[in-house]
Design a protein around this ligand. Structure first.
Ligand SMILES: NC(=O)c1ccc[n+]([C@@H]2O[C@H](COP(=O)([O-])OP(=O)(O)OC[C@H]3O[C@@H](n4cnc5c(N)ncnc54)[C@H](O)[C@@H]3O)[C@@H](O)[C@H]2O)c1
Length: 355
């Protein structure tokens, strides 16, 4: 029997609550399938760990994680620890150390999911964001000069390497070709006269290798407007680290909310473990109440199943999420229901068991 070794970093706030449901669902799927199983190992890293030990993860944390096939992460960040520490010393360290340069974020309005936009049909919102995840505006390069003095200056660099841009754009073209969809590049070449002119140039160069893929280029400001006014024009989307981060929260807002937004951080070469996580944060405002929506975490589990080659189970999970959304019987408060996090997880397991 094939075994998938998964490192579980439940993290902070609602992270452990939603991840428990994701693990429950994955375990049930492996019981039903019988050709593979999961071996989960929990790591207690996050803000509580930081307050105890002064660091977000063990010193040899990256070394420990290397032994796993994938990482399943809840959320990190909590009041009491500065956000730039919790993000940089755990999440971004993992993404960078394991060269998870592809961040896949579906922005898809599932059947039955609420949509705040007028006159939009379910099939009009069906995008896949491919966000550069290793450099760009989140490269961590810059300086803080004359700290605390009247002439204080900060500089935050955007780092766009040829290798970095080419590999993410090529990855996006491959996905667009395989799925026979259009590819939109989102940048800001008019104002960012080095980085984004370079990005646009590489997008154009690589597009010549893929004459069969229809392409579009948008400035990020126009793209955010079109995502609201005419979302159906976007199918596969490739963009930089910062723009992808922001636009996919907008994407979540038009496709059911943060409780339904999944994400995967991939090292496509599979040299290192990839990481699967809902895109939402630790939601301190609802943490500990047992009412967080676990469907984003469960959708991320579906992405993990697909990455491991279990496409049928991945699709089955999405179909079950759509059933739950359409029936509107077992939903958490963010989707207008009264169910608990656990009840939603149990409902997914119940529907799996029936299939
Ligand atoms: N990947 C990550 O781990 C990640 C991502 C974003 C923010 N953060 C961190 O999380 C903390 C809180 O950040 P924030 O408030 O800006 O963003 P957030 O995503 O945690 O919350 C934004 C809003 O969405 C709601 N929400 C989020 N997930 C939900 C779910 N599953 N079910 C129901 N409602 C949900 C919250 O209640 C809140 O009202 C910060 O410390 C931040 O740095 C972590």
């Amino acid at each position: 029997m094939k075994e998938h070794k998964i490192a579980v970093i439940a993290g902070d706030g609602i992270g452990p609550e939603v991840l428990a449901e994701g693990v429950k669902v994955l375990n049930r799927i492996s019981e039903l399938d019988r050709t593979f199983r999961f071996q989960f190992t929990n790591f207690p890293w996050g803000c509580e760990y930081y307050l105890k030990y002064g660091r977000m993860m063990a010193d040899d944390g990256i070394e420990q994680l290397k032994a796993f096939d994938a990482i399943f992460l809840g959320a990190v960040g909590y009041p009491g620890v500065p956000d730039h520490i919790s993000l940089w010393d755990l999440l971004l360290v993992i993404r960078k150390s394991f060269d998870q340069y592809v961040n896949l974020r579906p922005v898809k309005l599932l059947k039955g999911a609420p949509c705040p936009l007028k006159d939009v049909k379910q099939e009009d919102i069906d995008m896949l964001f491919i966000r550069e995840n290793s450099e760009g505006e989140y490269a961590g390069s810059g300086s803080w000069l004359f700290k605390g003095k009247p002439n204080e200056v900060v500089i935050q660099d955007g780092v766009f390497s040829r290798v970095g841009c080419e590999r993410i754009i090529r990855y996006a073209f491959e996905v667009a070709r395989a799925q026979k969809k259009t590819l939109s590049s989102i940048s800001k070449g008019n104002a960012l006269n080095y980085s984004m002119v370079f990005w646009d140039q590489i997008f154009k160069e690589i597009s010549e290798e893929y004459p069969d893929v229809e392409t579009h280029s948008y400035l990020v400001d126009a793209a955010s407007m079109f995502m609201v006014k005419d979302p159906k024009r976007f199918q596969i989307v490739v963009t930089s680290n910062l723009f992808g981060d922001i636009l996919t929260d907008l994407g979540a807002a038009i496709s059911g909310g943060m409780g339904l937004a999944a994400g995967a951080n991939l090292n496509p070469e599979r040299k290192y473990p990839s990481m699967f996580e809902p895109i939402h944060g630790s939601a301190p405002d609802i943490a500990g109440q047992g009412t967080a929506n676990p469907l984003a975490a469960i959708w991320s589990a579906s992405q993990m199943l697909e990455f491991f080659g279990h496409k049928e189970w991945a699709d089955r999970l999405i179909a079950i999420i759509e059933e739950i959304l359409s029936e509107k019987r077992v939903l958490t408060p963010d989707l207008g229901g009264t169910a608990t996090t656990q009840q939603v997880g149990n409902e997914v397991v119940r529907k799996l068991s029936r299939s």
